[in-house]
Design a protein around this ligand. Structure first.
Ligand SMILES: Nc1ncnc2c1ncn2[C@@H]1O[C@H](COP(=O)(O)OP(=O)(O)OP(=O)(O)O)[C@@H](O)[C@H]1O
Length: 277
């Protein structure tokens, strides 16, 4: 776990804000490009919206960072997620939450497209945040010569039910959610499969397997739309040597990076309320 000095440093420095909010505008698709845009990325912090393309009246919104249509996957990763790797290695859990209505680019940003396994996290042109973060974590853990293992889980929240997208059974197994009595505010998902991963291609295979199991339905907005919210969790188990007096101890650390894809925030809140009761 992080030392108290490191915790103080992280809280004081650029990381003093616990929650950062970014917005990414994807390029207009074929249908949209026949009309004028009502969205303008004024600079890398400010987004301007109009009700109609020629409206003089605008509404401006400020974010920690605004990514325009031409933004690259690597730039989004560096700004949004790269720091999470350091935080996990220092014993913190992190969550990256992608929110947007269907077809806005959550899957593109979080999963991206597959490239050969030997492409590094820095050179990969199309990888999204999840596979890039995993590859980056593997690199750092290996460079630091740490004894570790990495497991992932993938669950879907759909129609007020939780489903395990990595379950070995063909039919989707429903999961039960319990409040964790030993840790206030935490919950336990009973029976959720955790799969060992050793490489970026393992992660892509898992994302593909999970996506195939999702409750999908073509919508007017996105031909490959999925109707559910998903939570992809990467848990890194690290064995560290520490000295306690004369004794050399092995300490197990388990830290998580949680990736959440959410379509309708109010719907998620409603569904979670129902699940908890
Ligand atoms: N930044 C981008 N650059 C280029 N193409 C993009 C970008 N973002 C999204 N797209 C494309 O837009 C389409 C919709 O994106 P995507 O499937 O990621 O949306 P989504 O929010 O995950 O939708 P859903 O919630 O329905 O699953 C896809 O064809 C995707 O490749």
């Amino acid at each position: 776990m992080a030392s108290p000095a490191l915790i103080r440093k992280m809280r004081k420095g650029n990381n003093s804000q616990n929650i950062k909010v970014y917005v990414r505008c994807r390029p207009m698709n074929g249908t949209e490009s026949k009309t004028l845009s009502v969205v303008e990325c004024r600079n890398n912090k400010e987004l301007v919206l109009r009700d109609r393309p020629h409206d003089k009246v605008t509404k401006a919104f400020t974010f920690d960072r605004v990514f325009g249509q031409d933004s690259k996957q690597i730039d989004v990763y560096r700004a949004v997620a790269k720091n999470s790797v350091n935080e996990v290695l220092n014993g913190f859990n992190c969550t990256i939450f992608a929110y947007g209505q269907t077809g806005t680019g959550k899957t593109f940003t979080m999963e991206g497209e597959r490239t050969p396994d030997n492409t590094s996290w820095e050179e990969d042109p199309l990888a999204g945040i999840i596979p890039r973060c995993v590859t980056h974590l593997f690199d750092e853990l290996r460079v630091q010569n740490l004894e570790f293992s990495m497991r992932v889980s993938f669950l879907e929240l759909y129609n007020e039910e939780l489903f395990d997208l990595l379950s070995a059974h063909d039919d989707l197994s429903k999961l039960r959610l319990y409040e964790d009595a030993s840790r206030k505010g935490s919950c336990i998902i009973q029976g959720l499969e955790e799969v060992l991963v050793r490489s970026k291609s393992d992660v892509y295979s898992i994302l593909e397997k999970g996506s195939a199991k999702r409750q999908t339905a073509a919508t007017l907005m996105n031909a490959h739309s999925s109707r559910s919210h998903t939570v992809f969790t990467v848990t890194v188990h690290i064995k560290e040597n520490t000295v306690d007096g004369e004794e050399l101890l092995k300490v197990n650390l388990a830290c998580k990076v949680i990736f959440v894809l959410v379509k309708e925030l109010w719907l998620l809140v409603q569904e979670l309320k129902i699940l908890w009761t």
